[in-house]
Write a new protein. Structure first.
Length: 180
């Protein structure tokens, strides 16, 4: 088992799914860094996540279990198909986003999307749907490497913390834009 898949312990699995489906905001280890996450389907949860982060005018990343989930969320199949060759993996692709997803893209009409390499994370999203995520730090601040660091920053502003141990190889996903 890869180390990122071991980060989400079995006892946290069901609790995490219930929190996400309930439109809560949490911090979990993703396949790249600790991430502030919520369901991508709830405008209220997404607005709260951005508020907790202190983020304005800079959307996060959408992670999904499959290309199908991205298309169901509203992305154009042809656009997603061009990006598909980069996944699963730590590459986020900036794609045009429909106006209906303005609560996610903050009026920029594009979003970074990816399908993570972590099988466990994809299994979670198969049950919850796609997630809106951003790194668990304050804008301009260093990326956190432990859940304790995240708790110092966010305290009781989030509903759930999942401790995946120290993330030693902190690397955000590579972000690229592809065009037709």
């Amino acid at each position: 088992m890869k180390k990122e898949e071991a980060r989400l312990k079995n006892e946290q699995y069901e609790e995490l799914i219930n929190h996400i489906v309930g439109s809560n905001v949490g911090i979990i280890p993703t396949d790249t860094v600790y991430g502030l996450i919520c369901t991508a389907k709830s405008p209220e949860a997404v607005k709260r996540m951005y508020r907790v982060k202190g983020r304005e005018g800079k959307p996060g990343t959408i992670i999904a279990a499959s290309v199908k989930q991205l298309i169901e969320l509203g992305f154009v199949e042809a656009d997603v198909s061009m990006a598909e060759k980069y996944w699963p993996g730590p590459v986020s692709i900036i794609l045009p986003a429909p106006k209906e997803l303005s609560y996610l893209h903050m009026g920029l009409e594009s979003l970074a999307v990816r399908i993570p390499e972590s099988k466990r994370l994809r299994e979670i999203m198969e049950q919850t749907g796609p997630l809106a995520t951003t790194s668990a730090n304050l804008p301009g601040g260093p990326t956190v490497t432990t859940i304790e660091e995240a708790k110092k920053i966010f305290g009781n502003k989030v509903d759930l913390y999942v401790d995946g141990g120290e993330i030693k190889d902190v690397k955000a996903s590579k972000i690229i834009r592809i065009s037709k």
